[in-house]
Design a protein around this ligand. Structure first.
Ligand code: ADP
Ligand code: MG
Length: 481
């Protein structure tokens, strides 16, 4: 086959991938489609490889028809799609050159560019981890090791997480007590859900003789499907149903897989009926998780549902203080404040930034200072640089407080309108690099002193009124994510 034909096949495949990604969503895309390797074309039949039999079968059942249709639409030659298993199928990443060839240098959508980047990154990861256990190998060990650092003692408690923390503690002390089974923990990325689950598991196991199974919903699904393929379903079920505590992390990834949801539902009922504890985490509450079967949703919501809110500035400071103290390297309060201001969405990143500072200080043998911080974290902070626009801020704030967008620039001074307007100005100052006069102009040509007053006033109010502080943090969070 001439190389230009190969290129055009790869371009077709790239387009098909992009369309499938749009159709099935990120999670399923990564789980199934991204594992497909493009094979050779033979007459009018294109071969696609998958590394495992069960993957091949799953893709065939779920996407076989769609793949064929998409190929026929993309290519004048391909009429049939053959799915084969080949463990050695070498994936070559989709490069930016291929993307440019497909779309011209200017035409490629950002989606497809990021697809190419993702593809290259995924490949790099796959080749790096050469001895990753196959699904069949990990099938039998239900108890994924828990991270020893994720204890209750190491968890910093503040307003946003105190309820979830208390519920987790209660379950660790009295598993399967009425009203707390299941325990459903939910909240955004990096806010401590996994940490709390591990803390429960560690505490229970420290009291001996309790079997705890912890796994991500994704793993649960893999194992379930693998057990179907190897006809060891009964064994898998029995294993699951023999544990005292079952924890499923990131349940949002189970959504939409009907047979796995069904299995989870039955396991769930069997365990609860037998007086065992179930703990589930997700990024949303049971009622907000879309794609969940109703009976499962109902079941999940009938124990204790606890949410972890976005961190407040105060909590971020406490977390940083605790971690800095544990490290033994002195970090000035100014630096902690700076970090807590700059990195607001995710505790994992906050922790990462601090670790980097400490490692750097140890390495060069100089103390951590504000200057060294800005220097060491330059790239990281750039990624956090707010590219939020004032228009966006006005829209989100108006929506949040249920006022008209035009009131952001109107002359109305009623508190119900003026306060949200001040909050929007405050956020504009915090999240954009616009000057006070520029911000003023965007808010109905107000003077820069008005903006300054708004910024100061909102800062003051946030200290006095936790409800308002939480609203502002929430808005900031939404605007930045
Ligand atoms: P999630 O599962 O909600 O995405 P994780 O539990 O993985 O988040 O937390 C991310 C990181 O942040 C972990 O290293 C965890 O130890 C840390 N972390 C999160 N919240 C806290 C907290 N309140 N106190 C101490 N560490 C925390
Ligand atoms: Mg997690």
């Amino acid at each position: 086959m001439a190389s230009s034909d190969v290129t055009s096949l790869r371009i077709s495949w790239l387009r098909i991938c992009e369309r499938l990604k749009g159709e099935v969503g990120d999670v399923e895309y990564r789980m199934w489609i991204q594992r497909i390797t493009l094979g050779p074309l033979d007459e009018d039949e294109i071969t696609l490889y998958l590394p495992e039999r069960f993957l091949r079968d799953w893709v065939r059942v779920q996407y076989g028809q769609r793949l064929q249709t998409l190929w026929r639409e993309e290519s004048s030659v391909v009429q049939h799609v053959e799915l084969r298993v080949d463990k050695r199928a070498q994936r070559t990443p989709i490069t930016t050159e291929t993307v440019s060839a497909a779309y011209g240098t200017h035409g490629a959508s950002t989606d497809i560019q990021s697809l190419a980047r993702e593809d290259a990154a995924a490949l790099e990861k796959e080749t790096a981890v050469t001895s990753a256990p196959s699904v069949n190998e990990v099938r039998n060990d239900l108890a994924v090791p828990l991270d020893r650092r994720f204890t209750f003692d190491n968890f910093v408690v503040g307003k946003p997480n105190e309820f979830a923390y208390a519920c987790a503690g209660r379950v660790a002390d009295h598993p399967a007590s009425p009203g707390f089974n299941p325990l459903f923990l939910y909240g955004g990325v990096g806010l401590g859900k996994t940490h709390l689950m591990h803390a429960i598991g560690l505490k229970l196991m420290s009291r001996g003789n309790i079997s705890v199974a912890y796994m991500s919903a994704e793993k649960f699904m893999y194992r379930f499907i693998a057990s179907m393929q190897s006809k060891s379903q009964m064994e898998f079920k029995e294993q699951l149903r023999s544990v005292d505590v079952l924890m499923i992390d990131d349940l949002q990834f189970l959504i939409g897989k009907n047979s796995t949801q069904e299995e989870f539902f039955h396991t769930f009922n069997a365990l609860v009926d037998a007086g065992r504890q179930i703990i589930v985490s997700a990024d949303k509450s049971p009622s907000d998780l879309s794609g969940l079967e109703d009976r499962l949703r109902t079941r999940l919501g009938c124990g204790m549902v606890a949410d972890i809110h976005a961190t407040t500035f105060e909590l971020r400071i406490s977390i940083l203080e605790a971690k800095a103290k544990a490290s033994g390297t002195p970090v000035p309060p100014k630096v902690l404040e700076y970090l807590a201001h700059k990195i607001t969405t995710n505790v994992r990143e906050l922790e990462g930034a601090l670790n980097r500072l400490i490692a750097h200080a140890d390495l060069v043998g100089r103390p951590v200072t504000l200057e060294s911080t800005q220097d060491v974290l330059k790239d990281m902070l750039k990624a956090h640089e707010r590219r939020v626009t004032i228009d966006e801020i006005q829209r989100k704030v108006a929506e949040h407080f249920n006022i008209r967008l035009t009131d952001m620039s109107s002359a109305r001074r009623a508190r119900a309108v003026a306060r949200p307007r001040q909050i929007a100005m405050y956020l504009a100052k915090q999240l954009t690099s616009r000057s006070l006069p520029e911000i003023g102009r965007k808010f109905g040509n107000r003077d820069h002193t008005t903006v300054m007053h708004a910024v100061n006033r909102v800062s003051e109010l946030m200290e006095q009124d936790p409800g308002l502080a939480e609203s502002v943090e929430l808005l900031r969070h939404m605007l930045e994510s």
